[in-house]
Write a protein that binds this ligand. Structure first.
Ligand SMILES: NC(=O)c1ccc[n+]([C@@H]2O[C@H](COP(=O)([O-])OP(=O)(O)OC[C@H]3O[C@@H](n4cnc5c(N)ncnc54)[C@H](O)[C@@H]3O)[C@@H](O)[C@H]2O)c1
Length: 423
């Protein structure tokens, strides 16, 4: 079993830390946020993520994991994984200062012959900058981008489609791949720079796919077609694949928007612009706006002083993450048109940046509503009986941006039901 340090115990770092500990490794989770370290040490997860608290408790009980804010606590670790944020700069490029600053600290802390693994999503040649800062010929740098999805982080950690390991040292690359003890994943051994690009290219491709899906949904709505049937049939073509073919209120989250922008900026710097990325970003703004137009149209052309009950704030179901959530973007547009928002989300209980009421019960969000708008695909929303809320709302209108609810049931209760991608 290996001694592993995880630097940064956020969504990726925490899942990786408890995942590796569960596989039997000895893990030290390092985070500069002392309150997070305290919480984790007491067995509480700072994030909402399926099974993380269960695995955390098991690993703590077996003394397989500790958390600290002190980098010197990872001094005897052979493998050090950087799971640090790489947020978006104002110009769209990735801010890699968390990585570079941490590398400065790590220079004097890394054990002799340690392997430093960059798991964060980083622009090309970040590994070279880290190598320069470290200035340690004994330390190997491995680029091992993460592909897990929030909401299914541990499942993805244990059952990845592929594990990408880029590095100069073949021996160290194999050792890193072995840490995952994965029986089924394809292991892709490559160079550092290719590994860095694989992550950006993958996320950008998915974002482009989703933008296209939303445009087909918009187009289908302008005809007699049903985009859901169109997309379903498209997905039966193996070259296209059935995943990521559902219309929605636009894509979001901490990864897609910033990764598309970062790739766009990196490519522009190299004088190889990728206009598809500009198109995907622009299309995504239209996807948010299209949902607002649907609500507006249903309400007779104006949102001024209209009460909107928003169901869902997280950028997707099964996470508490609202970073770059399309729900938030749609809400901002609704507010800018004069609407008042009462929202409900099963796990997100406040949004500091927005002047909205976040209700603790879904039923409270619908009181006096002119329209209900479904923005996150939480499965529990399906359980709401329209017949139980039809007396509470002011107008019986539902705009289901996720095509989640049972349309017939709502129509049978007298609601005007507006889906996404068909009329
Ligand atoms: N969130 C995802 O679904 C996901 C999936 C794949 C890849 N990624 C990539 O992984 C990286 C991490 O993303 P995340 O969502 O886990 O970020 P996050 O913001 O949830 O977590 C980052 C953690 O790093 C800590 N931190 C910041 N500076 C530090 C320092 N100097 N030393 C120690 N800890 C420090 C923060 O306190 C925080 O807990 C990013 O590059 C992201 O693009 C994210």
């Amino acid at each position: 079993m290996a001694k592993i340090a995880i630097i940064g115990t956020g969504y990726v770092g925490l899942a990786s830390a408890v995942g590796f500990a569960h596989l039997g490794h000895d893990v030290v989770g390092i985070d500069i946020d002392k309150s997070k370290v305290e919480k984790l040490t007491s067995g509480k997860s700072p994030i909402f993520e399926k099974d993380v608290e269960i695995y955390l408790a098991q690993s703590l009980a077996k003394n397989k994991i500790i958390f600290s804010s002190d980098y010197s606590d990872m001094k005897d670790c052979d493998f050090v994984f950087m799971c640090l944020p790489t947020p978006q700069n104002d110009d769209g490029s990735a801010d890699i200062n968390y990585i570079l600053d941490s590398a400065k600290t790590l220079t004097n802390q890394l054990k002799e012959n340690a392997t430093l693994v960059i798991k964060s999503t980083v622009p090309v040649n970040t590994w070279k900058k880290v190598t320069e800062i470290l200035n340690r010929t004994d330390v190997s740098i491995i680029s091992n981008p993460e592909f897990l999805r929030e909401g299914t982080a541990l499942e993805d950690f244990f059952n990845p489609d592929r594990i990408v390991v880029g590095g100069i040292s073949e021996e160290k690359a194999h050792l890193v791949a072995d840490l995952y003890k994965s029986k089924d994943a394809v292991i892709v051994f490559t160079d550092n720079t290719s590994a860095e690009i694989i992550k950006y290219a993958s996320n950008s491709f998915l974002a482009i796919k989703l933008s296209f899906v939303n445009e087909i949904a918009a187009y289908a709505e302008s005809t007699d077609a049903n985009a859901l049937e169109v997309l379903n049939a498209m997905g039966l073509d193996k070259r296209i694949g059935k995943d990521f073919l559902k219309p929605g209120p636009g894509w979001g989250g901490m990864c897609f928007p910033k990764d598309v922008s970062a790739l766009k900026e990196s490519a522009r710097e190299k004088n190889v612009p990728i206009p598809l990325l500009d198109a995907a970003l622009e299309s995504n703004l239209k996807a948010h706006a299209r949902i607002v137009s649907k609500v507006k149209k249903a309400l007779g052309g104006s949102l001024k002083d209209k009460n909107i009950s928003v169901w869902g704030l997280a950028f997707k179901a099964n996470t508490d993450d609202i970073r770059f959530s399309p729900a938030i973007s749609v809400i901002e547009l609704l507010i800018s048109e004069g609407a008042q928002i009462k929202a409900f989300d099963p796990v997100v209980k406040q949004v500091k940046e927005l002047a909205i009421e976040v209700k603790s019960e879904i039923i409270q969000s619908v009181e006096n509503a002119d329209a209900i708008v479904v923005l996150t695909e939480w499965q529990e929303f399906k359980l709401v009986e329209p017949s139980l809320i039809d007396k509470l709302v002011k107008q019986k209108i539902v705009v289901d941006a996720r095509n989640l609810l049972d349309k017939e049931k709502w129509i049978n209760s007298g609601f005007m039901f507006i889906g996404n991608g068909y009329n």
